[in-house]
Ligand binder design. Structure first.
Ligand code: FDP
Length: 340
């Protein structure tokens, strides 16, 4: 009998235990972050359960229609947003919330305020909902700048000022990936326990990958460096191997694969969308933060992504992120373009 393996199987590192362990390294910590995180985790569990039932829900009424009980079915992304807003406000630890679903930021009423600002996309990859492809929730956390009244400037900070970021992927399993600035750790939901268990400790992205991930349908509108990079992935002239193309079209799933297998994920600018498509605060920043924490890089085509200072809460930016060496190559192509 393998006692060591058995001990490992029965000594479950839940996400709460993990964060409490981390917290104990900071004697001054009062547990606020742990409480905030437990509310985010609750939101993710709720969304996971709703996503799992989404196909089934069609039997009792489509989103926007009325079900057999005469209740209107909420769209999954609208429902997810409501769940997260309520979970975050009720944590008593937040003061400003920025959601992809809401045009304006939510300022938490004074009696329920805490020191954290949370930026999030409650259900990213929404075009994949109806066909059961992996989707996810993405979040980033800032600390309010000073003790004063919360203001929009508190969330219009560069990504490098985030104190934590993560995502939850609703796929063949439900996976929660988190960084609080000391590496990246992945947890998988055990549905029988209703707990996220540490399954991917200290994730490090391979230094170089064999996969590129991009919507090639936009190729005719790409700029020179992006076009050259993708051409090189397919027809390398320096003796290196060709790369495989994988594109799910759901950022969480594409980034998750990139983090585990290595490679590069690109959503570049193009002639039609000079700022790309993905949103700075709750897509580009959290994923760039995780990539850097895992040993990779994230670049906008002009600068390190986490140095960007957003001016508006729903601002967009081009993004190239993934394995260190792969991003280094795209940076060199943009640098060469600038020299021209
Ligand atoms: P979606 O439009 O399905 O919500 O920003 C949202 C996003 O998905 C990302 O999750 C995904 O990476 C990207 O857009 C896909 O965009 P394209 O369909 O243009 O490739």
């Amino acid at each position: 009998m393998d006692h060591a393996a058995d001990a490992h199987r029965t000594d479950l590192m839940t996400i709460t235990r993990f964060v409490l362990n981390e917290q104990s390294k900071y004697p001054e910590s009062r547990g606020d972050f742990t409480i905030l995180l437990s509310h985010i985790v609750l939101g993710c569990k709720f969304v996971c359960s709703a996503v799992n039932k989404a196909g089934l829900a069609k039997l009792i009424g489509l989103a926007g229609e009325t079900n057999v009980q005469g209740e209107e079915q909420k769209k999954l992304d609208v429902l997810s947003n409501e769940v997260f807003i309520k979970a975050l406000v009720s944590s008593g630890r937040t003061c400003i919330l920025v959601s992809e679903e809401d045009e304006e930021a939510t300022f938490v009423e004074p009696s329920k305020r805490g020191k954290y600002c949370v930026v999030f996309d409650p259900l990213d990859g929404s075009s994949n909902i109806d066909c059961g492809v992996s989707i996810g929730t993405i979040f980033g956390i800032y600390m309010i700048k000073d003790g004063g009244e919360p203001a929009l400037e508190d969330v219009l900070q560069p990504g490098k000022n985030m104190i934590a970021a993560g995502y939850c992927m609703y796929g063949s399993s439900c996976t929660f990936v988190l960084s609080a600035g000391r590496g990246v750790n992945g947890f998988t939901l055990d549905p029988s326990l209703g707990e996220f268990i540490l399954t991917h400790p200290d994730i490090k992205i391979p230094k170089k990958g064999k996969i590129y991930s991009v919507n090639e349908g936009n190729a005719k509108n790409w700029d020179g460096p992006t076009a050259k990079y993708v051409e090189k992935c397919k027809f390398p002239k320096d003796g290196s191997s060709v790369k495989s193309l994988r594109y799910i079209g759901s950022m969480v799933a594409d980034v998750h694969r990139t983090l585990l297998y290595g490679g590069i994920f690109l959503y570049p600018a193009d002639k039609k969308s000079p700022n790309g498509k993905l949103r700075v605060l709750y897509e580009v920043f959290p994923m760039s933060y995780l990539m850097e924490q895992a040993g990779g890089q994230a670049f906008t085509g002009k600068q390190r992504a986490l140095d960007l200072v957003p001016e508006k809460i729903h601002e967009r930016s081009p993004i190239f992120l993934g394995s260190y060496d792969d991003v280094e190559e795209i940076k060199a192509l943009y640098a060469a373009e600038e020299q021209k």
